[in-house]
Design a protein around this ligand. Structure first.
Ligand SMILES: C[S@@+](CC[C@H](N)C(=O)[O-])C[C@H]1O[C@@H](n2cnc3c(N)ncnc32)[C@H](O)[C@@H]1O
Length: 253
């Protein structure tokens, strides 16, 4: 039995729902494995790489990585939901000591309404130039614009020179806006709040979309060069080889 087989057999199914619309264990596993393929192919992730998982949730990306990163590799995850971090520490760190998880007590209407600090002030708890690869899977889709700008500058700070960042988004561009107007999109982003678009202004972080041009600009300001963009299925597009739900950006420091 591999590390990941054991971990999948222990995962509390009821908490998987907390990561979004993926409710089935099989889908949880398939999405985690698909991300691992992207890290290997597009971000040059190697068994001895150091990896940062922003908003790591209940280990959807960490679990498949337990079979790929070896003892010389390093995994660091943080999230604002303490229960998920506790689960990861108890089940993953205990069998792979080079996998660490930390709680960030950050306010978010949806995920941590009692959080104390705004994301825009949070300094990632890592040294400069630490990571080969960083990822934020379905996290910038829950951050408002100032928070996103700040997180990108933190990502650049902690990435090694030439390090990769994979982030997922709901990107607004000509085809996705057309789909929204024609009600062919699965996410109705009709409320604008300071450089981003949300579905529900009462719980803005429930789902957040950005103009693609704004994202390109804040990547440039942060010192990240966009290498690839792959569009996902959320906006009603036809499936591509990528096949993910959200749009995916691969960038390099
Ligand atoms: C849809 S879930 C995705 C979880 C995980 N990345 C995955 O792919 O399974 C969004 C996650 O972002 C976390 N999150 C929200 N705001 C955050 C912030 N400011 N910093 C770090 N994590 C955050 C939530 O707690 C939640 O675990």
């Amino acid at each position: 039995m591999t590390n990941s087989d054991l971990l999948y057999s222990q995962i509390p199914i009821e908490r998987i729902d907390s990561i979004g619309h993926q409710t089935l264990l099989q889908e949880f596993q398939e999405v985690g494995e698909a991300f691992l393929r992207e890290f290997k192919i597009r971000c040059n992730l190697l068994p001895n790489s150091s990896f940062m998982d922003i908003g790591c949730g209940i280990g959807r990306l960490a679990i498949p990585l337990t079979d790929y990163l070896d003892a010389t590799g390093r995994y660091e995850g943080f999230d604002i939901t303490p229960e998920n971090i506790k689960w990861c520490q108890h089940h993953i760190t205990t069998c792979r000591s080079n996998f660490s998880f930390q709680v960030a007590d950050i306010f978010n209407h949806r995920y941590n309404p009692k959080g104390r600090y705004p994301a825009r002030e949070y300094l990632f708890p890592y040294q400069e130039n630490t990571f080969d690869v960083a990822c934020a899977a379905s996290v910038f889709t829950h951050l408002l614009a100032e928070d996103s700008e700040h997180y990108l500058s933190e990502i650049t700070r902690v990435l090694k020179p030439d390090g990769y960042f994979l982030g997922t988004y709901f990107l607004l561009n000509e085809p996705s806006v057309k789909a929204l107007k024609e009600q062919k999109s699965s996410q109705p982003f009709f409320h604008e709040i300071k450089n981003c678009w949300v579905i529900d202004p009462q719980i803005p972080e429930a789902a957040v979309a950005y103009d693609e041009a704004f994202i390109a600009e804040i990547y440039r300001k942060a010192g990240l060069e966009i290498k690839e963009i792959h569009y996902g299925l959320w906006s009603g597009r036809e499936p591509t080889v990528y096949g993910g739900y959200q749009d995916m950006i691969i960038a390099k420091k």
